[in-house]
Design a protein around this ligand. Structure first.
Ligand code: COA
Length: 386
């Protein structure tokens, strides 16, 4: 190739680079627009909540005996308030949220918000798969520890537990930032489990550990099996959540979601309660070990206290979950409706964006610029009625 043709090639590349620069400028403009739209949404949400609180406060004056007609209107307004709360919560799912203190300490000041409902469901799916894989590994290691009594194998297993629970606390904090309704206790449970696994790691090998060792390994085998059942339950719920935005008749999917949830729960609960009694039994065994044989290391009583704490917290939370689910039925229905609509809307916008891409490619213009112009033409998602 002679030098002139190389020069020509460079000129051509230059033209392409100018196009790239334009595209990048457009992209930065869109990012700026995105930021200002987000601020508008935040303000509007605040405004909606403020006025809704005022209406709710005024509704209190109708608490006493009132006309049937007035009562109907009050009920209607209360229902609409519930529905609007679910709608606002769903709109918030497409906006960035601040990380909590724990995440800020661990990850630094980084944004972990996922701004798309479908991606949130995918992240949750990934979290459940992570738990499943680690549980299978944990089950195998606990099983080997039942057969062989090697310190190195034991320590590897306990170290895995420390790492696993620590990772869960991080993933769950990210889920929480992204709108998960995970109860505070389950997150606390995983923090306590991290501490417990840390105590086990430094528990010196001796008579007390050897007495408790086998019981602890059996407990882990059982917990791994229960966690597998929990995975089946959560996976089933996630599958039905994904289906929410894909059906024309959302009522059917919501109905299916609820009937599956109750069936899943009634199957799972007995296994959970057996697991909690196992925790109480561990606490009791360790409590006795703290006195005999004599000279028990401090780890014995600390572990006894931690197992007792886990038993009480798990039992109380699980017993509370079921009546709470019955009480919050209509709230849950509105939540699912809003979620389904939001998933549907996202898919429609995505499909029309790819249609635009295809048609502009067919017309000869670059698809990248077409996507940019699409964002101008489409009404923003937050302005649609969901
Ligand atoms: N760990 C992590 N996330 C949990 C959770 C747990 N143990 N329990 C519930 N969640 C999540 C749900 O996935 C849901 O998330 P989302 O808002 O992102 O959809 C949210 O918290 C609200 O869940 P909720 O409706 O209260 O309960 P559920 O129907 O999903 O599950 C149980 C109810 C009782 C089955 C569940 O809490 C559970 O399995 N608990 C037992 C945990 C346990 O005891 N482990 C130790 C075994 S001995």
């Amino acid at each position: 190739m002679d030098i002139d043709s190389l020069k020509n090639e460079w000129e051509e590349l230059n033209k392409e680079y100018t196009e790239l620069e334009n595209c990048n400028r457009r992209y930065i403009e869109l990012l700026e627009q995105l930021h200002s739209r987000q601020q508008i949404c935040f303000n509007e949400i605040k405004h909606q909540r403020y006025r809704m609180n005022q209406i709710t406060a005024s509704l209190r004056q109708f608490k006493g005996p009132v006309d049937v007609e007035v009562k109907e209107k009050v009920d209607e307004l209360q229902k609409m308030t519930l529905k609007r709360k679910a709608q606002l919560h769903e709109i918030e799912q497409s906006l960035p949220a601040k990380s909590g203190r724990y995440l800020q300490i661990i990850l630094g000041d980084v944004n972990v918000s996922i701004l798309n409902r479908n991606d949130k469901v995918r992240y949750k799916d990934d979290y459940e798969k992570f738990k499943l894989i680690l549980n299978v590994i944990g089950l195998i290691m606990a099983f080997f520890n039942l057969i062989f009594n090697y310190r190195a194998l034991e320590l590897a297993f306990i170290f895995l537990l420390v790492w696993y629970y620590c990772t869960l606390t991080i993933r769950e904090s990210i889920l929480k930032v992204n709108g998960s309704r995970i109860k505070g206790w389950w997150r606390a449970h995983h923090f306590i489990s991290t501490v417990a696994a840390g105590v086990l790691l430094v528990w010196p090998q001796g008579e007390h550990w050897q007495i408790f060792r086998m019981q602890f390994m059996y407990f882990n085998v059982y917990i791994s099996i229960v966690q597998y059942l929990q995975f089946g339950y959560q996976k089933g719920l996630l599958y039905r959540l994904k289906a929410l935005g894909e059906r024309h008749n959302m009522d059917i999917t919501i109905e299916g979601f609820h009937s599956w949830m109750w069936r899943g729960l009634s199957f799972l609960l007995p296994f959970l309660f057996i697991g909690y009694w196992f925790q109480a039994y561990n606490a009791w065994t360790l409590y006795k070990l703290a006195f005999s044989p004599p000279d028990a290391p401090w780890h014995v009583s600390v572990m006894s206290g931690l197992f007792l704490l886990l038993f009480i917290g798990n039992m109380a939370t699980t017993l509370w979950v079921v009546p709470e689910k019955i009480r919050a039925r209509s709230k849950e229905r509105y939540r699912l409706l809003s979620m389904g609509k939001s998933m549907k809307l996202r898919r429609e916008v995505k499909n029309s964006a790819s249609d635009m891409d295809l048609s502009s490619s067919a017309n000869g213009s670059t698809p990248k610029t077409a996507t940019g112009s699409l964002t101008e033409q489409q009404p923003p998602a937050d302005k649609k009625d969901i």
